[in-house]
Design a protein around this ligand. Sequence first.
Ligand code: AMP
Length: 286
Amino acid sequence: MEVLQSKQDLRNWIRDRRGRERTLVPTMGALHRGHTSLIDLARETTPENDIVATIFVNPTQFGPNEDFDSYPRQLEDDLALCETHGASAVFTPAAGEMYEKDASISIHESALSHRLCGASRPGHFDGVCTVVAKLFLLTQPSTALFGEKDFQQLAVLRRLVRDLDFPIEIIPGPTVRDADGLAMSSRNAYLSEEERAHAPIIFAALSRVARGIAEGRLESPLEAVAELTREIESAPPARIDYLEIVDSITLEALTDFKNTTPRLLAAVFFGQTRLIDNVGLPALNA
Ligand code: AMP
């Protein structure tokens, strides 16, 4: 496995492996089974391709009061995991390598980004779109993998590919969870013991409410969100940022369930730590 730190090294490596296609797995490091499942899925879905994982804590997607400085960094462990899971190369540039000091162009997504996570993280998805577009241009993959755990990000990046004509197939990876259901996240490490003990309520509530909708017990999004709210508020340290039931493509809030493919999305603070999760439902007719 090659470890590439500069854009030039990456370009040289790509040139030397002329004729091979690439699958991209972008990450911010602090890798866990959620990330490595994407490398595994890359091997399964595109076995002919080189797999390029990237490890880059992208400053432009963090707000001024967010955890950019304290975000966990553990490059040696991450590289070992990438190698074990079969990455061909890891691109891990310094911030100064990725961005000129006076960089003045970025990508703005204007339909899907302002709500949900975008409402409490202004500018976040522009930072994500800009860095992912740069990674697409640098690595020129035919396929890129992103986790469903970050469902809004997945929808925004599908839009990026569609609207800017990147010739790249996006493959979503299912959310990987701890045994008690909590979605794996590098930020779970910030939770206190008490917060960690209550955090599985998010997935438990999303799953129960999704079942209630599928079985017809919960007849409207309003009713379903009310039940979600009650369930999550029953955990003392939980403070809801948003709970929404949206169309899984447009991310618009649903007003009824007829002929829809709903996605239940949650963002909940436990102390200072903001956790997100989501659960899908099959298409509902009439
Ligand atoms: P991050 O390092 O948090 O930017 O995540 C890098 C990629 O891993 C993104 O596509 C995430 O959606 C994905 N990812 C993060 N956590 C999980 C998880 N628990 N299950 C599946 N994919 C995940």
